[in-house]
Design a protein around this ligand. Structure first.
Ligand SMILES: Nc1nc2c(c(=O)[nH]1)N[C@H]1C(S)=C(S)[C@@H](COP(=O)(O)O)O[C@H]1N2
Ligand SMILES: [Mo]
Length: 206
């Protein structure tokens, strides 16, 4: 076995023993790219980010304005439905639960729908988004996030399979009703908790 394979296996055993490896997952030391469609070009002068729906005040940010928002750093584990898990990755971004205070939510807001370039969407209950590790992020491992991984902005929802972490996100919709997103409509599980192995839903279209 190569040194890399040995290291990987040792790390995997360690994470399993620590209860950090969800069922059916194996450890990767890489950060694979999984996108449906191309990586969008980023034009900082034209980019904007907005919030709409069940908000007290609709709001938008330019890239410069977004970068001025206070950030936090978190270390978390990532779990992809394609069965790889990546441990102890470092992220910096705006904490979602702080971000919503900038505009306020109505009492009806129960779900958050991320809208991305090229129309990718994903839905997550507000309650899940309020966790203290959910970010709007643009830095990974101390560097600007790679474009393939979602630069300029991605949501990060570490406690759900990674398809719920929306790359190239341009808007957040706050909704009273749930609106299954791209993969959720395509047959992935609506809840996507890796430790419950919620990979695929009942109504698979594939
Ligand atoms: N906008 C957008 N976000 C996306 C995707 C996508 O195709 N478009 N793919 C999702 C899926 S299925 C996965 S597994 C992760 C992969 O993230 P990564 O490429 O950074 O590993 O991004 C998610 N976010
Ligand atoms: Mo995925």
């Amino acid at each position: 076995m190569s040194d890399d394979a040995l290291l990987r296996r040792k790390e995997e055993q360690r994470m399993k023993a620590a209860g950090r490896l969800p069922p059916g997952q194996s450890l990767t030391l890489k950060f694979p790219v999984l996108s449906y469609g191309p990586t969008p070009a980023f034009n900082p002068a034209a980019w904007d980010f907005r919030v709409f729906g069940e908000v007290k005040q609709e709001m938008g940010w330019t890239w410069e304005q977004f970068l001025a928002l206070p950030t936090v750093q978190i270390t978390c584990d990532l779990h992809c439905v394609t069965r790889w898990s990546k441990f102890d990755s470092l992220w910096e971004g705006v904490l979602f639960s702080d971000f919503i205070n900038l505009f306020g939510l109505t009492d009806k807001a129960k779900f958050v729908i991320a809208h991305c370039d090229y129309g990718y969407t994903t839905n997550t209950p507000l309650e899940v988004m309020m966790d203290d590790d959910v970010l709007l992020t643009y830095k990974h491992d101390g560097k600007w996030l790679e474009p393939d991984h979602g630069f300029p902005l991605r949501t990060l929802v570490p406690k759900r399979y990674l398809w719920k972490s929306a790359k190239w996100v341009r808007a957040l919709e706050f909704s009273a009703t749930d609106k299954p997103g791209f993969w959720e409509q395509g047959g992935y599980h609506n809840e996507a908790d890796p430790f419950k192995e919620e990979r695929y839903g009942r109504r698979s279209l594939f």
